[in-house]
Design a protein around this ligand. Structure first.
Ligand SMILES: *[C@@H]1O[C@H](CO)[C@@H](O)[C@H](O)[C@H]1NC(C)=O
Ligand SMILES: *[C@@H]1O[C@H](CO)[C@@H](O)[C@H](O)[C@H]1NC(C)=O
Length: 262
């Protein structure tokens, strides 16, 4: 139904705007009746789209990524795992997940036979389960401030997945953290971040994150990646979109595929 732009550059060209809103605006001065008609059509399309998003998408069923009324991109990443596996295959032999609730991602990936996995929790773990505590004890999950250089050698991991964590960093820190993620991985960095206007899970826990999440538009991120000289992994993007389509998966978060540093 909606066009799925395949490259970051094209998404930038779109400016992140919704196509039918644009067409309403451009026709507004021609005929009021026509614009009302277009608005009605737009509303119907929107309702249809929302409906297909919530109930229609077969195997993914309920929006499980919603926690306490907000979106958690870590939960969304878990939901996307089958699609990520399809897109990255062997590149997922040694995964590092970075983000809140990392224990849930690590536990899930530990079930995979040919995947080694580690987790980095950028915020504290006060409400962690016994299982999570045991992962920390074993050194599989660590709590580390991602504003500082990561304590790993170049290309220590094949794939790095980040969810939610970057939304809490200001550009000053992002400038250090993002290139670090590209440095310590060899087959790419997958970034899950919230859409602007999206309600976040755990809004009550501001003290934990230090600052409110800043949800940036896709054009902001694309410009940012470009500034930091990080390149889109077009093959990753393409494979992810193909696998999403096959499984009628529609991400509730923005997903970016970046190349590791050469
Ligand atoms: C981040 O890095 C880019 C490119 O190196 C630079 O242009 C920009 O000013 C930096 N931003 C901050 C807030 O340090
Ligand atoms: C790009 O993504 C593919 C998976 O689709 C992966 O195998 C490859 O290593 C990635 N390339 C880089 C440079 O990160």
């Amino acid at each position: 139904m909606s066009r799925r732009p395949t490259s970051l550059a094209r998404r930038l060209a779109d400016g992140g705007s919704v196509p039918f809103v644009e067409s309403v605006q451009s026709k507004a001065h021609t005929s009021p009746l026509l614009s009302i008609g277009l608005l009605v059509v737009g509303a119907i399309l929107l309702v249809g789209y929302l409906y297909s998003n919530s109930g229609g998408s077969s195997s993914y069923g309920e929006a499980v990524s919603k926690i306490g009324g907000g979106i958690s991109c870590t939960q969304e990443l878990l939901r996307a795992m089958p699609v990520l596996k399809k897109a990255y295959g062997d590149s997922m032999s040694k995964v590092l997940h970075v983000g809140p609730e990392t224990c849930s991602v690590v536990s899930e990936l530990l079930k995979e036979e040919d995947t080694e996995v580690w987790g980095m929790e950028p915020y504290d773990l006060d409400d962690s389960t016994a299982k999570c505590k045991s992962l920390v004890r074993k050194g599989i999950v660590r709590v580390a401030d991602i504003k500082f250089p990561l304590p790993y050698k170049a290309k220590s991991f094949s794939l790095i997945m980040v969810s939610d964590a970057l939304d809490y960093l200001s550009p000053r820190y992002l400038n250090k953290t993002l290139p670090e993620l590209a440095r310590v991985s060899s087959n790419g960095v997958v970034v899950f971040t919230g859409y602007p206007g999206q309600q976040r899970a755990k809004v009550a826990e501001l003290s934990k994150f230090g600052r409110p999440a800043k949800l940036r538009s896709s054009s902001w991120w694309i410009r940012y990646f470009f500034q930091c000289k990080l390149e889109e992994n077009e093959s990753g993007t393409k494979k992810f979109e193909q696998a999403s389509e096959k499984r009628s998966y529609k991400p509730a978060c923005q997903v970016f595929h970046l190349k590791s540093l050469p």
